[in-house]
Design a protein around this ligand. Structure first.
Ligand SMILES: Nc1nc2c(ncn2[C@@H]2O[C@H](COP(=O)(O)OP(=O)(O)OP(=O)(O)O)[C@@H](O)[C@H]2O)c(=O)[nH]1
Ligand SMILES: [Mg+2]
Length: 478
């Protein structure tokens, strides 16, 4: 038992404004506290654990009328924190729960700090640090996928992978150390090549696992998608179509959109921050306001994760060379991924394959490799045709370059985990080289550092500072 854990903590663990307010109490005096402030025909206690009882909150020893409420006792170690836990469920709103909490505090509990319940659960071995972080991720999850990811962490997916890696590091560490302790004896040692191979494989695993954090960031933060193109191509119409309502002004007049406009749309469980931009054309053709809007469009091109460039398929074929040229110019300032897309297919004069061939035909023949070809999408923002295919392309583009395991969402680590894993990988690389040079002492020291770093992920070797940092991000009552 940790020293600071000998006291009893309490907090309101429900959000303000809910229908029910729950006061959670954890620690050796949890039962005393609830018994001091609550009366029912049956009283909470070890004889009826985990049963929700009906009764009233009373102030002090007197019985009689008080607020109707429910109480439950969950004896340790089979509780969330691993300690004795009691809860009082009273009416919501700001007054009732606060009054009940005050009574509980008067009965000998102290107000819990942020995340203190979860911290106690961690210190009592009920969850590892990655699971505790999963609790926080779940609270902060803003989409279905983010929730799923948090749930996996909560269920220990990251923890178990990291513990496996760490166990292997510790095993290889003992291999190196035994060579120091019993240098000339005839021990059953692992051949150095095998040892080196296993360290290298661990290094690869750590690096690969660290990469999954990028998928986590994608799921949590989403992707920025900029819809750009010449005036009148149907950019605002597409934004409206994606949103399902008329957000942006659409008119047949080129230059309608003056300023960039951002909205969020969920596609395939990924949140896209979609920006509609002012159409780009020769500066000479635009008035001063439009020119300012175009400058903003230009900026958006540079910062987007994905740029969707719309071309007008209903325009006369003579306009295509100029449309392609404008696209080429814009593409040079795009740093993210680029998707060219014919819009207004409902009014197109040419079939989609002929439209595509209109684009630099000699180039398409030269570079026959499919990945070198410019793959156009074909949509109609007016009818919605082609949007499903476009959405699938957007989803696939967002996932591009991420490890496949991250997409299935098995074990996706956080940025904190990734940083520790990357450091561990560096030390594993050093250990591998030391084994080659047969410097067992140095190899051992690198492996020890790697073991410490990976232990910090699951919490075995996390310092109080690290714990403070993590749990301070929780709210009171969690
Ligand atoms: N036939 C057809 N017309 C479309 C389609 N998409 C947009 N339009 C029309 O094209 C015109 C311009 O559409 P907008 O969405 O305002 O085009 P924009 O690219 O935002 O134009 P700017 O804001 O001026 O750059 C409007 O009259 C739309 O109704 C489409 O898929 N098919
Ligand atoms: Mg527009």
């Amino acid at each position: 038992m940790f020293e600071h854990e000998n006291d009893t903590i309490a907090a309101i663990c429900t959000g303000a404004g809910g229908a029910v307010g729950i006061i959670r109490i954890s620690g050796p005096r949890a039962l005393n506290a609830v018994r001091a402030v609550w009366r029912g025909r049956r009283m909470p206690g070890p004889d009826c654990p985990r049963v929700l009882l009906y009764g009233r909150i009373v102030s002090g020893a007197e019985t009689g009328a008080g607020e109707p409420s429910l109480a439950v006792f969950m004896p340790g170690p089979h509780s969330f924190t691993g300690e004795d836990v009691a809860e009082i469920h009273c009416h919501g709103g700001s007054f009732a729960a606060r009054r009940a909490l005050r009574l509980v505090l008067r009965a000998g509990a102290r107000l819990a700090q942020n995340g203190e319940f979860t911290r106690r659960a961690f210190l009592n071995g009920k969850l590892d640090l990655t699971q505790a972080e999963g609790v926080l991720d779940l609270i902060n999850a803003g989409s279905e996928r983010a929730g799923l990811l948090a749930e996996r962490r909560l269920n220990g997916a990251v923890g178990s992978v990291v513990r496996e890696i760490r166990a292997e590091i510790v095993h290889l560490l003992s291999e190196c150390e035994s060579r120091l302790d019993f240098s000339e004896e005839d021990l059953d040692w692992m051949p150095p090549d095998t040892l080196r191979g296993r360290i290298e494989s661990l290094r690869g695993q750590a690096e690969k696992l660290a990469l999954t954090a990028r998928a986590g960031a994608l799921i949590r933060d989403g992707v920025s998608l900029v819809i750009a193109g010449p005036p009148n191509a149907g950019k605002s119409s597409l934004l409206n179509r994606m949103l399902g309502y008329d957000r942006a002004i659409v008119t047949p007049v080129p230059g309608t959109t003056r300023d960039t406009l951002e909205e969020s749309v969920s596609v395939g469980g990924i949140s896209f921050r979609v920006t509609d931009t002012a159409g780009l054309r020769e500066a000479g053709e635009a008035d001063p306001i439009e020119a300012m809007g175009m400058a903003r469009s230009q900026q958006s091109l540079g910062s987007a994760d994905i740029v969707l460039w719309l071309l007008d398929a209903s325009a006369p074929a003579e306009s295509f060379p100029a449309q392609f040229e404008a696209m080429g110019r814009a593409k040079s300032s795009v740093r993210g991924k680029f998707i060219p897309c014919w819009n207004k297919m409902d009014g197109a004069a040419l079939a989609s394959d002929r439209l595509d061939r209109a684009y630099a035909p000699e180039k398409q023949v030269e570079d026959n490799a499919p990945e070198k070809q410019f793959v156009f999408e074909h949509i109609s923002a007016r009818t919605g045709d082609g949007l499903d295919t476009l959405f699938r392309r957007l989803e696939a583009t967002a996932w591009e370059g991420l490890p496949p395991a991250a997409q299935s969402g098995d074990a996706v680590v956080s940025e904190r985990h990734a940083a520790l894993l990357e450091q561990a990988a560096v030390h594993l690389g050093a250990a591998r080289d030391c084994v080659r040079a047969e410097s067992w002492e140095l190899a051992g020291s690198s492996l020890r550092t790697a073991a410490e770093l990976t232990g910090c992920i699951t919490g075995e070797t996390a310092t109080p500072d690290v714990l403070d940092e993590i749990f301070s991000r929780f709210c009171i009552g969690k």
